[in-house]
Design a protein around this ligand. Structure first.
Ligand SMILES: [Zn+2]
Length: 277
């Protein structure tokens, strides 16, 4: 057999195995999505996740299918002595999946494999930029992190408290999973993959303008529904804007209607119209 014949046979075999694996995976996902949603999980959500309580019923149905997939495919690991319960997993999964309600049902966060959960805020290495060329490496107290290598880290105490209330606009789960979406194209730059390919120009124009305005507002200590942390860089601006979009949507719509509109198109939902608690 010639060299090219060997290559051809190898590629044909690899293609067949890949197709078989993909088909098996698709069937498995179909089975998982059509499982009945456990009543106990629904009770956790009703009790602990305010965004689930106010979500319109048609979106709840989609969300439950995505939670089933998330719970089946993602690995949760307790850190610092924490035992991760089903309640913790479901509360985290529900809020992560809120961000992908409008994405195709095939899977959720394909690049993500593990969620590490600490009982409380934890100490982790931190890089603080001083200017464009200089940064310092130190350690800091964290309530969450998103790693490009398929991992999210969360502090349960913050997750639990922020899931219960929309009042302050903070939500570490929404924040870290927005970073995961941002990083899907390989860069943490506040520019996620848009379903509407023609939408990049207006996204960039609105986000650049709003980020600049927000930075100036932040320096001048002008009031904004967005948390100051969003002024750090465009990636943090997108993550903070996502929290604000879901947690205090009417305030964001009033303060920054163009930004709200871009996020509404991207996430495919309009939280300002949901019944507020
Ligand atoms: Zn962040």
């Amino acid at each position: 057999m010639t060299f090219w014949a060997v290559v051809f046979v190898f590629l044909a075999l690899w293609g067949t195995l890949y197709a078989l694996r993909t088909r098996r995976l698709r069937r498995r996902r179909e089975r998982v999505r059509s499982r009945p949603f456990p009543a106990e999980w629904n009770a956790f959500l009703e009790k602990k996740v305010v965004l689930y309580r106010i979500l319109p019923e048609d979106l709840r149905k989609i969300l439950r299918r995505k939670i089933l997939l998330f719970m089946d495919e993602k690995h949760f690991e307790g850190c610092g002595g924490l035992v991760v319960t089903d309640e913790m997993k479901v509360v985290i999964a529900a809020q992560a999946c809120l961000l992908v309600l409008n994405q195709r049902d095939e899977t959720v966060y394909s690049g993500l494999s593990s969620i590490l959960v600490y009982p409380d805020a934890y100490i982790a290495p931190e890089v603080i930029p001083l200017d464009d060329n200089l940064c310092i490496e130190t350690t800091g107290v964290q309530s969450g992190e998103s790693w490009r290598e398929g991992m999210v880290v969360l502090a349960w105490r913050d997750v639990r408290n922020e899931s219960k209330s929309l009042r302050h606009g903070f939500n570490v789960v929404l924040h870290e999973f927005a970073h995961q979406l941002d990083e899907e194209n390989g860069a943490a730059d506040g520019m996620p993959i848009l379903r509407d390919r023609g939408g990049y120009e207006s996204w960039q124009s609105v986000f650049r303008r709003e980020f600049k305005k927000f930075r100036n507002d932040s320096i001048a200590r002008r009031n904004s529904p967005l948390d100051d942390y969003g002024a750090s860089d465009p990636a943090e601006f997108f993550a903070v804007a996502t929290e604000t979009f879901f947690q205090v949507p009417r305030r964001l719509r009033k303060a920054a209607p163009d930004l709200y509109m871009q996020l509404m198109k991207y996430y495919g939902v309009n939280p300002a119209e949901w019944q507020q608690p």
